[in-house]
Design a protein. Sequence first.
Length: 430
Amino acid sequence: MMRHLYTAIFYLLLPLVVLRLLWRSRHTPAYRQRITERLGRGLSDHASAADVWLHAVSVGEVQAAQPLIRHLLNHRPPLTLLVTTTTPTGAQRLTELFGQRVQHHYLPFDLPAAQRRFLAQVKPRLVLVMETEIWPNLLHTCAAHRIPVVLVNARLSARSAHGYARLGAFTRTTLQQFDLIAAQTAADAARFVQLGADAAQVAVIGNLKFDQNVPGSLQDRAEALRRVWGTNRPVWVAASTHEGEEAAILAAHQLILRQHPSALLILVPRHPERFERVANLVTRAELTLARRSANQPCTAAEAVYLGDTMGELPALLAAADAAFIGGSWVNVGGHNPLEAAAVGVPVTFGPNMFNFQAVAQLLLAEQAAVQVTTAAALADCLTQWLGDAAQRSAIGERGRRVVVDNRGAAGRLFELLAPYLFNITGCNAR
């Protein structure tokens, strides 16, 4: 009954969901392109059956899924792979990483008819869902077709668990439709079990984000960016920022400029539709601005460089002296600090890191990051770091070591998935 009520509410809200996509398409036209895919339609011209369907919501999940996607693409005998995302930025990042080796579609809305149409065309034999995507109708439809579903790199904050607990039996029934939940931490696993997941179907693998490889070409790209900015000036990145954060970040940068007049802030908003608004914020703060998208020169006179392109954040981080991770000063839950730590860049973030709680605690415990609550505290931390190369190097190296020491989740996940892949191909991977 609860699933039917959920479905009825989704149908009632569907016009608003579509309108929101169209609204976002004002600044990001890709949101209105291929919109019929979100209804499980419009796939016939370019869809084909897939052995494995992997759902990765957006850029962060696509990044985290890289080792898994490579493992599936390199499987012998070969597997066909479909990846769905919710956002165009996720789709773009998938293409940048894997080109035409992977099929891409947008995830259908979680409505029974849309899910049935999608499954009828794609015919997956295994469904892998990244991190926290729990869609009742998707799970119900897969169960009805006897398609196993695995929740990969699963995480569940205490706050989210409290929300799911309010739904009682509905949450329990939904979670029990996962054939396997591969959780990041023991705490995540315990929360899933407390909500009703079968303990025998829950395993702890660690976090796939530790297993991301740093490509050799990244340093070359970073050095090229540093030449654009100026090799002798201090540079820090505010990465994946959200509404309500940029004003405080700009205030911190103005404080930093008092001690380091040549300092450069690389400001990278999370969502492309906000690029123009953030550029206006910089102008109103009376800070000189250069924009990456316009390939504008960044001279010593520019105080802010707006990273208003997609797919370049890893290189921007690698080229910087220090980083602040956005989504942590607002009620978003923070973004991945490991991208900076993996390239030896010291990291700061705000108090709201519940999406990366275990990672944040680990970095703090190893003195590989600093948590700040105000613009003044951020400015104090960065002013010190930007003036002390030895301190930056020591903190960055501790962060790099944290990443290296915690790798291995991918291997543990592959072992868990081996029986499912054997059922598809009839033999073990080689």
